[in-house]
Design a protein around this ligand. Sequence first.
Ligand SMILES: Nc1ncnc2c1ncn2[C@@H]1O[C@H](COP(=O)(O)OP(=O)(O)O)[C@@H](O)[C@H]1O
Ligand SMILES: [Mg+2]
Length: 336
Amino acid sequence: MSNEQRTVSEEWAVEAQGLVKTFGNNRAVDGVSLNVRAGSIYGVLGPNGAGKTTTIRMLATLLKPDAGSARIFGHDVVKEAQIVRQIIGVTGQYASVDEALSATENLVIFSRLLGLSRSEARQKAAELLEEFGLTEAAKRPLKNFSGGMRRRLDLAASLIAQPPLIFLDEPTTGLDPRTRNQMWDTIRRLVKTGSTVLLTTQYLQEADELADRIAVIDRGQVVAEGTVDELKTSVGNSSLQLRIQEAQDIARARQTIERVLEVQSAVSAEGGIITAPMADADRVTDLLIALRDAGIPLAELSVQKPTLDEVFLTITGHGVEDEVKGDSEKVKEAAQ
Ligand SMILES: Nc1ncnc2c1ncn2[C@@H]1O[C@H](COP(=O)(O)OP(=O)(O)O)[C@@H](O)[C@H]1O
Ligand SMILES: [Mg+2]
């Protein structure tokens, strides 16, 4: 049973069609379809509550879909759940390692369970601890580990088995930048050595760094899908943010922006900030002249790389912040 044979024999690591999961009357996942090519890194990008974890749980056989279907390397997640479980790894599943044991001991035990000899297991554990910068902490019991250290140990454990498909649910959320970079390197290494990775993230930058293709998910639906470059082009290479002095000028300002930049603009809910994608930051000069000619005084203007907020605003017409409000409104409704 070689991982290589498995990944090479199937072109698609994941083929999901119309997955649905409803909690009460909340359609957490509302018809998600996605295809992940074997040997690639696939990013599922979306804000809190978008349905990322629920999607992964269905793909990992931890939750039964209400509708739709999914195959992992050709095996149905419902009908062939046992087989699927043998070819996937989900980070978090090794969180049950023994708290009283050290990091080394945990990794050695895990390696032994996977059939490595005593000396192989020792060597593997040492290699992984070194790679994850955990050597100094290796002898300490796990209960003294920080969250970031645990996360790294968790990923180290999944490297021992090296399953053909690895699900990483927000692997770097809350990590400091140095640890995040280490995680990224490790994820790239996993793929170089033959695994396929499906990861979820709230960070455009992370998807940008790692993913070959991305699905943007919002309110349980895939709202955009493509390579990083395709996604970026759809929101422009730069993002314009503009606040104007007089609220009554907003409509005219947007018309001017849309005419000069030949794009769709959006207005944030609270601040009256107009945002628009820009293919080319140089065009801001033309825009400034046009706004002056139209007699629209500006309060503030900036041109930035698109952030996840702008990707969202552009693709969905609402900001990531709205999701949070949406949730608290749902809570209020539920309370009534
Ligand atoms: N076990 C559950 N029971 C009820 N509601 C859930 C459960 N799991 C998730 N949800 C709801 O489903 C939606 C999607 O959640 P989730 O998949 O965790 O999103 P994400 O991982 O993108 O933050 C949210 O509104 C969340 O509150
Ligand atoms: Mg989640």
